[in-house]
Design a protein around this ligand. Structure first.
Ligand code: GDP
Length: 430
């Protein structure tokens, strides 16, 4: 049985926590896209961790953690992360890396920096982890698959070809030092030695796991609105963040995915640029930002302050639909307990017309939020375990959000810890 945990919004919805919870019962956890450019924050018995590339199953010893073919694998960062968790008392996890996965080359990171520098004010706000240059090269067919590192001749000839183009850009566009084939060759050989114990045919492994009746959990990074195809292009990430892509990356048929748990945050937050219709500013924003998440809304990878806003029903409904949601996990609800009244964005006004359909970016840029205000519950809801015990106004907020997005909220997260979760029966049909 395959389940996916994915985000409906701009990322940072609290997927890490939900994945960590579900990973305890998963035999296999698969990271399927992106690289070390984003991060999950996980709080469990071992402590608090910011995972970037490692799948969230690394905390349970029976789980095999797979890096799917769609991931941008930064070898150094990957092994530093392994070192970090094991030095904090987590036993060495079981890891398997797809032999078709491609690696982030040192020059991808450089090109990411140089390009953002060159763009100046028009920069994308990249985390400069090399992700966009990595995926560009993958589709330009000059990337390096992990299995290719085991062939010296192949590495050399591929490097020679790639560097003609890279050095041309370095010399004439960026005016930066040139790259050498020999130096990169040595780096790749080092990577090969590090990777060797973990490389395998992950698609066959997952196929067998499914035949054996095992549970496989697909772990998404970021959210629908950052998906290259369906998000707020061009202010998106360079890979597909949606559940359907997890089938591609794992190498399984799409119909194997039986449950898609979409994580929806009870208010909005985003990092990087791009349209953000329900965004708030000033003192109101500072207060939500400082109270948000677990210790404030600041990027898990970059430490950057996140932009914040009210719950956006339009974006969340769209986000859930594109993911193919079967269940919604509604998260970080406890944070809103300080508000007398809670504004919610129920529609957009675009060119004088109201809509509840999420528009393409060109129109999204013009959208203004249509807000409705719901009464707050004015208390701390952490520690509550039964839905019935939540304050009346809090239940109304959840039920209103559910009606607006049209997908069943079956989990409500009211704190960062594993046990801060309330299961709920929804009257909405799946
Ligand atoms: P991800 O990228 O979707 O995994 O999101 P993050 O790692 O950025 O998670 C958001 C933050 O919210 C983290 O610091 C989590 O520990 C925290 N968090 C997750 N769920 C909850 C919740 O229900 N309540 C609170 N207060 N914090 C939460």
């Amino acid at each position: 049985m395959v389940k996916a945990v994915v985000g409906a919004n701009w990322g940072d919805e609290g997927k890490g926590k939900i994945t960590d919870m579900l990973a305890q019962d998963a035999d296999v956890v698969v990271r399927f896209q992106g690289g070390a450019n984003a991060g999950h924050t996980i709080k469990n018995d071992y402590g608090k961790f910011a995972l970037h590339t490692l799948p969230s199953g690394v905390f349970s010893q029976n789980t095999v953690n797979v890096i799917g073919s769609g991931v941008a694998l930064d070898v150094t960062k990957f092994f530093n992360e392994v070192k970090d968790i094991t030095s904090k008392g987590v036993p060495m996890p079981k890891i398997m890396i797809s032999d078709r996965c491609q690696i982030v080359m040192p020059y991808h990171v450089l090109f990411d920096q140089y390009e953002e520098e060159r763009l100046g004010k028009a920069a994308f706000g990249s985390t400069k982890s090399g992700i966009a240059p990595f995926y560009s090269d993958k589709f330009a067919k000059i990337g390096f698959q992990v299995n290719e590192l085991f062939d010296d001749e192949l590495i050399k000839s591929k490097l020679e070809k790639a560097l003609i183009q890279k050095n041309c850009l370095l010399e004439h566009l960026y005016h930066k030092p040139l790259l050498s084939v020999d130096e990169l060759f040595d780096t790749l050989v080092k990577y090969r030695e590090m990777l060797e114990p973990y490389v395998g045919d992950t698609a066959s492994f997952i196929e067998q796991a499914l035949k054996d009746g095992k549970t496989v959990l697909m772990e998404g990074q970021l959210g629908t609105l950052k998906d290259t195809d369906h998000g707020i292009y061009p202010m998106v990430t360079s890979s597909n963040t949606i559940a359907s892509y997890s089938a591609v990356s794992a190498g399984i048929p799409p119909y194997e995915i039986k449950q898609i748990i979409t994580v929806v945050k009870a208010y909005s937050s985003a990092v990087g640029g791009g349209a953000f219709v329900s965004e708030i500013f000033g003192d109101e924003a500072d207060e939500l930002r400082n109270r948000g998440g677990d210790g404030g809304e600041f990027g898990a990878t970059t430490g950057r302050p996140r932009r914040v806003g009210w719950f956006d029903c339009v974006a969340s409904k769209y986000g859930c639909r594109i993911q193919g949601t079967t269940d919604v996990a509604f998260t970080v609800l406890d944070v809103l307990g300080y508000l007398d009244e809670i504004p919610v964005c129920t529609a957009y006004e675009v060119d004088g017309k109201e809509t509840t359909e999420f528009p393409v970016t060109r129109l999204l840029e013009k959208a203004k939020p249509v807000l409705k205000t719901l009464p707050g519950w004015k208390c701390d809801i952490r520690g509550i375990r039964n839905y019935e015990d939540l304050p009346e106004n809090c239940k109304k907020y959840i039920e209103f959000a559910e009606q607006q997005i049209g997908y069943p909220i079956t989990m409500v997260s009211n704190g960062p810890a594993r046990e801060d979760i309330i299961y709920r029966k929804s009257s909405l049909k799946k």
